[in-house]
Ligand binder design. Structure first.
Ligand SMILES: [Zn+2]
Length: 100
């Protein structure tokens, strides 16, 4: 299998609502802040029921991406830096909205 990084217009709110952040073994649900979620065959957060469609990881070596893809083949792997930059920007916009 080959991997390509593809750029595409996305709905950031949709991704934020359905993303899980993972390391090599476990996942973290940003919705309910549950940690230590087992990844194999994961479709929903075991705690809050959030449906996972996207996955991201701070560690993003090609090997890590491939391991994650094998464990969670139905989820789309999102680049962490892109996600963090965009959500950070949105957070700042919301933060300063009332001050302007
Ligand atoms: Zn959750």
């Amino acid at each position: 299998m080959d991997y390509l990084r593809i750029w595409k217009e996305v709905d950031l709110a949709e991704i934020q609502a359905h993303i899980i952040i993972v390391d090599d073994i476990f996942g973290f649900c940003p919705g309910c802040r549950e940690i230590g979620i087992k990844l194999e065959d994961l479709k929903k957060c075991p705690k809050c029921g959030r449906e996972f469609k996207y996955v991201t990881s701070r560690e993003k070596s090609p090997a890590m991406v491939m391991r994650t893809r094998r464990k969670l083949p139905d989820l789309i792997f999102v680049d962490y830096d892109d996600f963090d930059r965009l959500t950070g920007k949105k957070k700042a916009e919301t933060l300063f909205k009332d001050i302007k």
